[in-house]
Design a protein around this ligand. Structure first.
Ligand SMILES: [Zn+2]
Length: 175
């Protein structure tokens, strides 16, 4: 069901702004998302860290077969596909209670960053909600979104509005 819904979604202006920013900054931009869709990639982003995994990938629950692209949808109740090893094939997404992906790389980037920006996130879901606290005043910390996040006090700046519009203005000032 989630794949069906996500496959009709299109990138919004914020996705395109971030893709354009990457063209300018290249690997100086570390883009990490909690979203499991591929809208950043559709907008042209090349280096996206999906900390909660990717909806259009699957993997074996047991063996080390790497995650693979999978757009298959199922009518429930569906027979769960099996890997060659006998393990069940599952979506390559982080379910509640599982550890998010790439945390070492993410915290490495947080340690190094000079500017931290959170876009359109509630500031509630951990561990992402603590990223701004990890930056801890060392870097300029900017929030962009429609409403103040739960962790507002950890940010040095809060820009409320539609992410696409706010980002376009913010990035126009950056060189
Ligand atoms: Zn397997």
């Amino acid at each position: 069901m989630r794949r069906r819904v996500a496959s009709s979604a299109k990138p919004n202006p914020a996705h395109f702004s971030l893709a354009k920013l990457e063209q300018r900054l290249e690997d100086r931009l570390f883009l990490c998302t909690q979203n499991v869709d591929d809208l950043h990639e559709q907008a042209g982003s090349m280096r996206v860290i999906h900390m909660h995994g990717e909806l259009f990938k699957s993997r074996c629950e047991w063996c080390s077969r790497p995650p693979f692209r999978d757009t298959q949808t199922y009518d429930l109740p569906a027979e769960i596909p099996r890997c060659e090893c006998g393990g069940r094939i599952r979506p390559h997404i982080c379910w509640f209670g599982e550890v998010p992906f790439e945390l070492d790389r993410i915290f490495g980037a947080l340690d190094e960053c000079t500017m931290f920006m959170a876009v359109g996130t509630s500031g509630v879901v951990e561990p992402a909600a603590s990223f701004v606290a990890h930056v801890g005043g060392r870097a300029r910390a900017i929030y962009v979104g429609l409403e103040e996040p739960a962790n507002r006090s950890s940010f040095t700046e809060c820009h409320l509005g539609k992410a696409g519009e706010v980002l376009r203005k913010l990035f126009a000032q950056t060189t």
